[in-house]
Ligand binder design. Structure first.
Ligand code: PHB
Length: 389
């Protein structure tokens, strides 16, 4: 073959277009940091199963990029382990997105790294308002305690509560819950008799129940991290006779779907203000639950599932808009809105936490004998009320 300038041009342009195809169609890795071992291992399980559902429904390719999720266990609330996991994911694995973060300290610990690496970090749960102030690369698909506690307080004040004791786990999200609830409840004419802070690591709530019982309160408002603590607190509320004494219960994650069956009938009637119930009546929720059953038979969806499912949605949307460019991805994410199995959500461009409905729910036994959090009132489109830019 005679080599002309034209042949050279063809060869060069073919090589160039192949190279640019390869550059475009990269594998984009997403590092998911969560708890997969120990007493709080339910978090990692729920996150991973929901991502499985999302990928089964939407495929593992976005705009020609293959998306690969890589999971790292940090064994519970552990800031050092979370930071080390993020470092390894960024440096060794070259992840372009971080995600997961069940406990607040685990999210806070990676804030400097997300800024250095300019890598978006999608928080599937950690719910202290101030987290997102610590890095512009945080986006949150879960909720904040402030977002829930204010609607809870307003509902309580309107529905006969006059004297409340707050009882929260003594760390950042608990303090957010206590602060937001108290301010709003007092503004609406109620009195907060006592503010009890309980150690994060305890599962012995009997002494606190005695304090609540003798306080003269008509209602206890509580926050604890979903898991063994919420289960033990709710059980103690019944076993120490608070329910029998007529002290109303108002919480959030204490009737979580993953512990509800084990709580049994003692949970019936408990009221919570929350952003997701697996009994939410929508076609999208039903298809989500059906796929979860197909992939992980016997598993029950909860708020962690929905944080991860919408987190995957947000990551896919960012990849579609910006590939692996973290700065562009964050800008693109601001203001995005979509329908979630929980209802409509929108990424608030300022707080970078989803704006969403907050539902008042009551535990009921469904027709099939299963206990569910039945939504009975909706406070629409609530932003993170605790974010001060
Ligand atoms: C948190 O640490 O921010 C946290 C953990 C568990 C929850 C809610 C919030 O259920």
């Amino acid at each position: 073959m005679k080599i002309t300038r034209f042949t050279l041009y063809l060869v060069a342009s073919a090589a160039f277009s192949m190279a640019s195809t390869f550059a475009q169609a990269e594998t984009i890795k997403v590092g998911v940091i969560a708890t997969f071992s120990g007493p709080n291992a339910i978090w990692g399980k729920q996150f991973r199963e929901a991502i499985d559902v999302y990928v089964a429904q939407h495929g593992d390719e976005v705009s020609g990029h293959k998306v690969q999720f890589i999971y790292k266990d940090v064994g519970g609330p552990n800031a050092d382990a979370s930071k080390a996991a993020a470092q390894e994911l960024l440096v060794r694995e070259g992840v372009k997105y971080l995600a997961g973060f069940d406990f607040t300290p685990n999210a806070v610990a990676v804030a400097p790294l997300t800024k250095q690496a300019k890598v978006p970090a999608v928080i599937f749960n950690a719910a202290t308002s101030s987290i997102n102030k610590q890095s512009d690369f945080f986006l949150r698909t879960s909720f904040t305690l402030t977002q829930l506690a204010q609607p809870a307080a307003e509902w309580a004040a309107k529905n006969g509560a006059k004297k409340v004791v707050t009882a929260v786990s003594d760390y950042n999200p608990g303090i957010d819950a206590e602060t937001a609830f108290s301010a709003s409840f007092e503004k609406n004419g109620g009195a907060v008799l006592e503010k009890i802070r309980m150690p994060l690591q305890t599962n012995d709530f009997a002494p606190f129940m005695q304090r609540i019982k003798s306080s003269g309160a008509d209602t206890v408002f509580t926050f604890l991290p979903v898991g063994p603590a919420t289960f033990a607190f709710t059980k103690a509320y019944n076993e120490n006779g608070l329910k029998a004494a007529g002290i109303s219960f108002l919480g959030g994650g204490e009737t979580d779907e993953t512990t509800l069956d084990a709580l049994g009938d003692q949970a019936i009637g408990l009221v919570t203000a929350y952003h997701y119930s697996d009994a939410h009546d929508s076609a999208l929720n039903k298809s989500f639950l059906a796929k979860l059953q197909e992939l992980h038979p016997g598993s029950r969806a909860n708020m962690a599932s929905i944080g991860a499912y919408d987190g995957a949605e947000l990551i896919y949307r960012m990849i579609k808009a910006a590939g692996s460019d973290g700065v562009k991805a964050i800008e693109a994410a601001k203001g995005m809105e979509w329908e979630s199995p929980r209802g409509p959500v929108k990424m608030d461009p300022v707080s970078r936490t989803v704006v969403q409905n907050v539902y008042l729910r009551r535990v009921e036994k469904g027709a099939d004998g299963k206990l569910v959090n039945r939504e009975f009132a909706t406070v629409p489109n609530v932003p993170d009320l605790g974010f001060n830019p």
